[in-house]
Design a protein around this ligand. Structure first.
Ligand SMILES: Nc1ncnc2c1ncn2[C@@H]1O[C@H](COP(=O)(O)OP(=O)(O)O)[C@@H](O)[C@H]1O
Ligand SMILES: [Mg+2]
Length: 380
């Protein structure tokens, strides 16, 4: 702004000199004016806001990329296992590589809903990144006029989450294909290839995650890499076989549980009263019961007593407000319940883990029981 003011004052001064008719001064003023035009100050000033806008946008992009890279390396360091949705992983990887890919290829996504898997998210993201970059480089290598296409597809089978990444790039010859998983094998010029991407990816998918990494390629047509990751395993299968019964007289609470627990793998039943709960127990095999305390007719405590007598193996839990602490204590002291959840609860941090723990506890109990039964059998 200050520079602009100065320019205006300068123009004004020249105007005044011209008006005064002082020829010597006018010559000097003209020289300054010419110098000013040569340096293009005025037009530079005009561009400045746009330049700043561009840099701001660029900086935002960079910070997004850095954030994503951080995420990769951080999880790498911790080597933690976590629940992971491969569709989210694909989005994360695309944020990182989109700039690199965009000029060579269009990205087509055919993502279907897939179950969460337990894995090391950072490592799987790293694999997606490697394969996506290879696909883009395979298209770039063709030096063609049109853009290529990279197709990312996800789906699930009975026991695996599958991700296919296909490109219509240069393809891999049959002599080369046997070497692509070797460390340091590369067909790319120095600076573009390290030959490590696929060997690292193979290690992550096949060795670390007990999955599969399959390549399918035709020279001149393109390449498809298929990643198959096992859907977890024993725990998940046990969860799926488990049934949890929720009892609360408040319709609102039952409905919010119905919605909130939709992503949980176990079977769910919902009852509006103790009476209804007992009816469900008669016809369904239930492993965990979660009941409200204060209900008309049959209270939660009464319900749990009956359950304890008639179905001693069912894990009993209560939902309770802090204000009902006396009844709660009675229940705990009489050994009626395994655990209580206080109202209001945090669904993700408290409620869901508590139910899963109860299911684990049930499974441990029943394993122990069957071991005991087996050893009894052996004694005979
Ligand atoms: N999508 C693909 N299309 C064609 N060739 C590929 C593709 N992906 C991998 N390759 C081949 O496999 C080699 C090894 O890949 P990689 O381990 O990622 O190392 P780099 O990319 O550094 O060369 C590549 O050099 C290339 O010859
Ligand atoms: Mg590579």
């Amino acid at each position: 702004m200050k520079v602009r003011n100065q320019l205006e004052m300068h123009s004004e001064l020249i105007g005044q000199i011209e008006a005064s008719g002082e020829t010597e001064l006018l010559g000097k003023a003209k020289a300054i004016e010419k110098n000013r035009q040569d340096t293009k100050i005025a037009s530079i000033l005009e561009y400045i806001p746009a330049i700043f806008d561009d840099s701001k946008e660029g900086l935002e992009k960079i910070s997004k990329i850095v954030k994503n890279l951080r995420e990769f390396s951080r999880i790498d360091e911790l080597a933690t296992l976590d629940k992971y949705n491969i569709n989210d992983g694909i989005e994360t990887a695309l944020v990182v590589v989109r700039n690199q890919i965009q000029s060579d290829a269009d990205i087509r996504k055919e993502l279907s809903e897939v179950p969460l898997i337990i894995c090391n998210p950072g490592k799987i993201n790293q694999v997606l990144l490697n394969i996506l970059v290879n696909a883009a480089q395979a298209i770039e290598a063709q030096e063609r006029d049109d853009k290529g296409t990279i197709t990312i597809k996800t789906y699930q089978t009975d026991d695996e989450v599958v991700c296919e990444i296909s490109d219509d790039g240069c393809g891999i010859s049959s002599e080369t294909v046997s070497k692509i998983y070797e460390p340091f094998f590369t067909t790319k010029p120095v600076g573009q290839g390290t030959g490590l991407g696929l060997s690292v990816s193979y290690d992550i998918i096949v060795i670390q995650h007990k999955g599969k990494l399959i390549v399918d390629s035709t020279v001149g047509k393109g390449t498809k890499f298929t990643i198959k990751l096992p859907i977890n395993n024993q725990e998940m299968k046990k969860m799926k076989k488990t049934t949890v019964l929720f009892v609360d007289d408040e319709e609102k609470i039952l409905n919010s549980l119905k919605m909130g627990l939709m992503d949980q793998p176990y079977r769910k039943f919902f009852a509006k009263s103790g009476k209804e709960a007992l009816e469900i127990l008669k016809r369904e095999e239930v492993q965990v019961i979660v009941t409200d305390m204060r209900m008309p007719e049959m209270s939660g405590l009464e319900l749990l007593r009956t359950v304890k007598e008639e179905y001693p193996n069912i894990i009993r839990m209560v939902l309770s407000a802090y204000t009902q602490v006396t009844t709660l204590l009675t229940a705990i002291n009489q050994g009626e319940i395994y655990k209580y959840i206080t109202k209001p609860w945090k669904l993700e941090e408290e409620f869901k883990p508590a139910i899963r723990q109860a299911i684990d506890y049930y499974n441990i109990q029943s394993e122990r029981d069957s071991l005991v039964a087996e050893s009894e059998q052996l004694k005979k």
